[in-house]
Design a binder for this molecule. Sequence first.
Ligand code: CP
Length: 305
Amino acid sequence: MRNLIDITDLTVEEIDALVATANDIIANPDKYCEACHRKKLATLFFEPSTRTRLSFEAAMLELGGTVLGFSQANSSSASKGESVSDTVRVVGCYADIIAMRHPKEGAPMVAAMHSPVPIINAGDGGHNHPTQTLTDLLTIQREKGRFDNLTVGLCGDLKFGRTVHSLIHALSRYTGIHFVLISPEELRLPEYIIHDVLEKKNMSFEETQDLEAVMPKLDILYMTRVQRERFFNEADYIRLKDSYILTLDKLKNAKEDLCILHPLPRVNEIATNVDEDSRACYFKQAQNGKYIRMALILKLLGVEV
Ligand code: CP
């Protein structure tokens, strides 16, 4: 039985196959509309979500399956003190596959050790968000046509932004990637990722606080929200929250084919009139999330179409 806890649980070849399946789903949706008939997905969300939970649910419904679950911890027996391991042992009696989001790093891994059905990590604390990374990769493939030879700017909260952590793991397996890490000093990428991923793999990278200075060289600009829910003190959040606001003016020196991504939700990081710029890909990215999750559900359930 396969789980998806960390993006590196999938080989590069498996990611290529998932991206190919997602592209086929986009081109031929009818082919897949009964693929998961009588299968059930449980969405166990101990933390808020719009995109991840609803795109998982839409994905299973579009595959002909059904969904059950909860969207907040306090509507589940976790509020009475039930452990994650007991919860998944029980939910595994009712569902064929589980997508779980949890504020505690490692909770989906613990779940996978006790679950009778596949577990998908839908985001664990400030750690990882592998299905967002699959979404990002599908979008990069559709917009740029490749995963190699790209200069990738990652901007904002690189400390707590789990989507950034997973994306760095994923892209560091391709050749010719140069990472430009753009953040305030306090929100720099954690040392363990710099050391264990970037330095160990001899990746090309630079760190800066100046988004405009590096803008002309970027092929991809991945904006992120400052993660209020991970801060210990509100004053620090307020001081840092508007560190980077992407405006049309700041895009003047950007490449014509720059691809602007954001995992969303957006708070204030991208001015809304940037949405009309042809380089803004973040709403397409959110839509791609449904298709790649459809491909992932098929893979983990072992359904051949
Ligand atoms: N990108 C993302 O994880 O969004 P949600 O928190 O709305 O699921």
